[in-house]
Design a protein around this ligand. Structure first.
Ligand code: FRU
Length: 509
């Protein structure tokens, strides 16, 4: 595979061939970031799920490895996580060579066809050689199904205070927390969420992380819950909750809870949907964080699948389907709207920085052509802009376009007080009537200055606005790559106080 087909991202992770959905089993171990993923190697549509595998030293350049987990008599291998069993609590390795343990969902399609409800169970596999080969545990499953059809996507972490493992599991319309001393025997501790947050679909792929509140000594727990459908802009999306975890229960922060239901407040629900979302764009799903990131590093490293179940199976790529988002670092920050999870691309993205071009500060009335001012013709870059609209008209947009008049607009709609991405004319969309349209996201900042960072890569844009307080990810399929970039001041004037564009190298060059 040359990785140069039409629409192939040049620095986002894609499978060489075949179908990919959720990121799985992200774990840092012995200097490598592991990324596994939901994979159908024999087709470009969803089917019998395997765990594909890749490793990286920087979460930017990846080495593709052989498939890690194949379906077996207990079922296909659905989503899950991985941990380093440092104390060898499982006994599956040794203290000198602690095992890497993958905890995943078995999905038994035959049991499902036969009309049973208990076809999803949790199994584990271990590796004693840095994830290069895997052995399934002989007494799988380790967690049987209590008779609930949606019972999946275990995310396991070591809970230091209680000296035990906690499994966060998505169970239909809620999260269940299980505990274990050895990763083999699990006990139910509590359930959370049936009565809060977004419930337009099934809860999937959760994550539970302890985060410092930036700039304070306080720590909070953040519970990430993916949901499909039910996202604010349709289809699948990632909501989260801020609260505390005491080893048994997740307790929602009262202020955050108030945010969830305060409809007309600054939380500015999008399309009437309840919930606070980690990414408001159409195309970030099933995102969770890396396990075992060294304490000295301390980051919460996140990656998501850059598609949406509304159309993932039919997007116009032929050899492979879907990419991951850029790896992101998450922080919990105070905003005028309350505590929010902010995201930014990992700083390792610098490893593929090529040339940086600096824009002159200027006042925009009408529009300016950024690509022309900088003499750049690129479709893979990292663009930062700081703009200050005048009082009369605050709407503005960045337009990415090509010579065929196809375009995607990433902007701010002052009437709504929301960011948006408009891909109505972004090229091919006949594959699904759910693809075209405008997506919106609330703004969680009241600064006069708008800071926008756009990470663009052939077929996608990731918007990190206001230092990542609002994030939107969206894919597109133009007939010719978008290399023209304009900044449009809707009416009135827009002060561009600073701007720079860094071209990004292909990870395949
Ligand atoms: C989320 C999901 C998971 C499941 C996997 C199957 O996208 O539906 O809940 O484990 O995909 O591929």
């Amino acid at each position: 595979v040359a990785f140069n087909e039409p629409h192939r991202p040049q620095f986002h992770f894609t499978p060489p061939t075949g179908w990919m959905n959720d990121p799985n089993g992200m774990v840092y171990h012995n200097g490598e970031y592991h990324l596994f993923y939901q994979h159908n190697p024999d087709s470009t549509v969803w089917g019998p799920m395997h765990w594909g595998h890749a490793v990286s030293k920087d979460m930017v350049r990846w080495e593709h490895l052989p498939i890690a987990l194949y379906p077996d008599s207990l079922g296909m291998i659905f989503s899950g996580s991985a941990v380093v069993d440092t104390k060898n609590t499982s006994g599956l390795g040794t203290a000198e060579n602690p095992p890497l343990i993958a905890i995943f969902t078995y999905h038994d399609a035959e049991a499902e066809k036969a009309g049973r409800n208990d076809y999803q169970t949790q199994g584990i596999a271990y590796s004693l050689n840095n994830g290069r080969t895997w052995t399934k545990y002989r007494n799988n499953p380790v967690l049987k199904n209590p008779g609930i059809r949606d019972f999946r996507d275990p995310k396991v972490m070591w809970y230091e205070k209680g000296q035990e493992w906690i499994m966060t599991l998505a169970v239909k319309d809620h999260i269940s927390f299980y505990a274990s001393k050895n990763l083999l025997d699990w006990k139910l501790r509590s359930d959370f969420g049936a009565d809060v947050g977004a419930h337009g679909g099934v809860w999937e792929c959760p994550d539970l992380i302890k985060m410092p509140v930036k700039g304070t000594n306080e720590e909070k727990w953040v519970l990430i819950v993916n949901i499909n459908p039910g996202a604010p802009n349709g289809g699948s999306g990632t909501q989260y909750f801020v609260g505390d975890f005491n080893g048994s229960k997740f307790i929602l922060d009262p202020d955050f809870k108030a945010n969830l239901s305060a409809k007309p407040s600054i939380a500015a629900t999008v399309n009437g949907q309840e919930g606070i979302w980690l990414d408001y764009g159409r195309d970030q799903y099933a995102g969770i964080t890396w396990a075992n990131v060294p304490k000295e590093d301390g980051r919460h490293l996140f990656i998501g699948w850059m598609s949406n179940w509304d159309y993932a199976n039919v997007v116009p790529t032929e050899k492979w389907r879907s990419a991951m988002t850029v790896a992101r670092s998450l922080e919990l920050v105070n905003t005028p709207a309350g505590l929010r999870v902010a995201s930014k691309p990992v700083q390792e993205l610098q490893n593929i920085y090529h040339k940086t071009h600096v824009l002159e500060a200027q006042t925009v009335s009408g529009a300016i052509d950024i690509s022309e001012q900088l003499s750049v013709k690129s479709s893979s870059y990292d663009l930062s802009l700081e703009v200050e609209p005048d009082a009369s008209q605050k709407s503005f947009a960045v337009e990415l376009s090509n010579s065929r008049n196809q375009q995607v607009l990433i902007g701010y709609d002052a009437d709504r007080g929301q960011y948006y991405i408009n891909r109505k004319k972004a090229g091919e969309h006949s594959f699904s009537d759910k693809f075209s349209g405008i997506q919106y996201a609330p703004r969680f900042s009241k600064d006069k200055l708008f800071s926008l960072r756009l990470v663009v890569d052939v077929a996608s844009v990731e918007l990190f606005a206001d230092e990542g307080r609002t994030v939107m990810t969206s894919i597109f399929f133009p007939d010719e790559e978008f290399t023209k970039i304009r900044l449009i001041a809707d009416k009135g004037q827009l002060k561009l106080s600073s701007g720079k564009l860094t071209e990004l190298k292909s990870i395949y060059a």
